[in-house]
Design a protein around this ligand. Sequence first.
Ligand code: GLY
Ligand code: MN
Length: 477
Amino acid sequence: MKPFSFLVLFIFPLLTSIAQEVKGVDGVNLKQFGIYDKDLLPASFHKKNREKIRSLMPNNSVAVFFSAPVRTRSNDVDYEYHQDPNFYYLTGLREPHSVLVIFKNPVKINGETTKEILFVQKKDTKDELWTGKRLGALGAELVLEIETAENNTKFKNTDLYFDKADKIFYFPIRKDVRDNVFDKADLNNLLLQFDSKIGVEDKNKKDSTSLSHWMAQLREIKSEEELYMMRKAVEITCKAQIELMKALEPNMPEYQTEAIVEYVFKANGAEYPGFPSIMGSGENSCVLHYNSNRKITTDNSLLVSDIGGEYHGYTADVTRTLPVNGKFSEEQKIIYNIVLKAQQAGIKKCKEGNSFWDPNIAATSVVSQELQKLGITKNPLGVRRYFMHGTSHYLGLDVHDVGTYLPLKRNVVITVEPGIYIPEGSPCDPKWWNIGVRIEDDVLITDGAPEVLSDCVPKTIEEIENLMKLFSIFVRH
Ligand code: GLY
Ligand code: MN
């Protein structure tokens, strides 16, 4: 914030009063920056993360991170903005067109010694009238507690010591970013400017692979602050599954089931779904990532509801399979109970020190044996025809979160989600056709028994059928 420095004596009282206002916990004063949520991750969390990445960097190196691009939905309308998870993890900033530079060793920028600099969109009354308040450089320093922040227009000509560093770490430079010809410091220009800044450097100095390993290593283990967010996201998602159970009945279009769960997300403070809601009924219960959600549900069919609310960046991912008419058929019950048994076997393996793949091995073995007993498959390998995805993935800022795939550690969250999908035309008795079942929970690895975060939504046949008898406030059809 160089331009302000010479004024510091005069505006110091003003700065401290803003700082006190901003740091007030009542949330009211953050309004000037367009921030209304009162339980966002604290600046100290993001600061700690910057320290952690710095500790992994070798001496005399620099790491560069870019915010996520703004994406066009159609013509002049954009998709709702979503920050890049690594960028959010390190800064807490939810605005586009920004760059974070972390120095292993302190450097001098504009005469001030610093270990980090964040370039952000400048405050602009006209732009803010259209798209809302921004933090600006001053706000980034005060609210996010970034040591040094500048307007992104300064990125091009700021000396970032790339020539003096022994290593420059960055993610592969993306080539798919839209250019806004009216903005000389949009992400597209920032990337081009970065490319030309490092273009002259020796290629041995440039490293575009290490950051992803380091970020995976850090993000895999959840801190207490992150677990608070994840518990919130999961709790809201459980509520959504329960409301859906109460409301579901034949002839309800899949999109209405989606409307119910997404209403519950928003009504409880989750900003949006962490991924497109999968509401697959009948034949669509056998489509793993079905999300057009246009079919009208029918009597005697199943609905796979695979959903996750995102709360302040962190998403849940919980799946339940429901009988549309409130009662599982005999065939549906048989397949459902195999998947449940497989899931319970998988969850048992969610123990510190076990391989990441142990839950998958346990769940697959149950499905494989049981399908053979039913004559649906003829040999152990046949299981892959009907259970064709992995059992677990990491969960966090991304639904398919990053991680090391090393043995499970304390405070890692993974999903356990076996399934059986028997599409029409499969080489087995047609009575099994169009039965698709997936059961998914979010599991926290502890130093003892696994903690099933999504235990708040029932999953036995009896519990589901009982819940489905309850009254729902949601209007149907
Ligand atoms: N929830 C979707 C998936 O895990 O792929
Ligand atoms: Mn999942």
